[in-house]
Design a protein around this ligand. Sequence first.
Ligand SMILES: Cc1ncc(CN)c(N)n1
Length: 216
Amino acid sequence: MTLFHDLKEANLEVWQSYTRHEFIRKLADESLELAAFQRYLIQDYHFLIHFARAYGLAVYKQTTLEGIQHSMDGLKNIVWETGLHTSMTAEWGISPEELNATPEDLGTVAYTRYVIDTAVTGTLLDLYVSLSPCLIGYAEIGAEIAHVLEDNPDHPYRQWIETYIDPQFVKASEEEIKNLDTLAGEGPLSEQRFAELSRIFATASRLEAEFWQQAL
Ligand SMILES: Cc1ncc(CN)c(N)n1
C-alpha cells in the first residue's frame, strides 16, 4: 500500500466530499450552468498561478538533481494546465489583462496561501502532501467521469475533462503517488507523523471541496 492510499482511507469522507462534489456531478451530467463554470475557471486560473509558486518552493526545498527535476516537472505540468484556462477565457471574450485583473475569491486565497504556508514552514513531504489532492484528485475525477464523453461527443465541458484524462496529467499523478512514498522513506511512519500528514491532507481536501462550492 502507498502513503497516498493510507491518507485517502483515513480521510475518505472528506476526500469524497471533494471528488464527488455536486459541482462535478453537474459538470458530468451537463446540468452545470456555464456562469458557474466560468466563475470556477477564472478562480482556477489564479489558483494555478499560486500553485506554480508553491511548486517553485518545492524546487527550492529539493536537495538532489533528481528531486529538482521532479519538482520542475510538477511546475511545468501546472503551467501546461493553464493553457486550458487561457484558451477557454479567450473564447469567452476575456482578455489576458481582464483575466489577471479579476479579484481572487476568498476560497482561492485560503487554499493557495495554506499550501504556500505549508511550503514555507513544513518539510518537503508536508508540502507534497498538501499538493497531492490537487493533482491526484483531478486525475481520479477525470477517470471517473471520462465515460460521459463517449455518450455525448459535443459535451459542453469536453475540453476540461480531456485535460484531466490527458496521458501527461495521468502520468504526473502516478509519479506523485510514488514520490510521496519516496519522501516518506523506508519503514512505517510513526503514529504522530502520520497524524500530522493526515491533518494536512484533510485540510487541502476540504479546501478543494470549498473551491467547487464557491463557484456554485
Ligand atoms: C482547485 C484545483 N485543484 C486541482 C487542480 C488540478 N491541478 C486544479 N486545476 N484546481
